[in-house]
Design a protein around this ligand. Sequence first.
Ligand code: NAD
Ligand code: LMR
Length: 341
Amino acid sequence: PAAAAATARAQAQELGAQPTAAPSSGYAVAVLGASGGIGQPLSLLLKLTPGVRELRLYDVAPTAGVAADLSHIATPARVSAHSGPDALADALYGADLVVIPAGVPRKPGMTRDDLFNINAGIVRTLVEGVARFCPRAWLAIISNPVNSTVPIAAEVLKRAGAFNPGRLFGVTTLDVLRANTFAAEVLGLDPEAVSVPVIGGHAGATILPVLSAASPPVQLPDDRARALMARIQDAGTEVVKAKAGAGSATLSMAAAAARFAASCLRAMGGDSNVVECAYVASSLVSGLPYFASPLRLGPAGIAEFLPLPPMNGVERENLEAMRGELDASIKKGVDFVANPP
Ligand code: NAD
Ligand code: LMR
């Protein structure tokens, strides 16, 4: 990358361009799986995100085309392409934030857990790289099944002595966007004015939108509240069915991950007002070893676990009902690293 930058500078000088100081402030963000359905639009949104100094695009597939394309957008982020396992070190070295959308998506009829056999190994390998080349980075995992891939990442980091539970996140922001959008539809409001906390995990019944704690309040008769909750829980499947074999949510996921990444960068930069829901390693709020809940982010990672939102009777029942499934998914991830197949 240094040689490429020097060549680009020399070419610019030959063309008579004024050499300008390279932007020195901001953060280095690596996207692993950057050529994919999520990776490409996510990289576009990150190229447009304030605070990104370097955008490193890594994939086992070629990344040069996406990187060349994005590099023409007139924002400060310097874009670099890294392809294939030998290029992982360069993509990760000294990165501040690593976002991982690498892995296979669902087809109709599959559960997220059906992706485990392929994606578990992909996440393990990539996180081994993170432990080695940027052990202090914040890590945001998108690859499914998130309920298991985050425990896999944690176990890999623990074994490498690089685990910081305050900096490892399963991205559940899409559940929040969906809850805000669908609740706003029902209430006839602007989705940007609605905020629904979503807790638990990221699969079926483990996705628990706490509609009773939404702002503004979502007050619906029981049957309509249940229908709204079911739509939020099944929203991933709604997209998988509509794409009819061509994959799962990519564009809305890119928007969600870009929002989460921007929140991380703002928190790193000292903004003390950043709150996001994410799936993290802590038994503090639920008793389970991993759980998604609202978190205040700070310069060093998670700064505060906000208390679980107050829940009505149905929501409390759903919280109890999800425990078995979430616990089994967590154990499956932990076991994958402890006893590799
Ligand atoms: P995709 O197949 O379009 O893209 C995946 C990319 O990962 C491809 O470019 C592929 O080459 C790359 N890849 C595969 N193995 C890799 C490896 N070892 N190292 C680096 N890159 C590798 O899939 P997609 O639609 O972008 O979905 C990616 C993942 O995100 C899926 O597992 C999907 O289930 C998940 N997802 C999660 C959420 C969420 O809310 N957390 C939402 C949508 C999708
Ligand atoms: C989603 O919620 O859209 C993702 O987890 C992808 C999927 O498989 O549903």
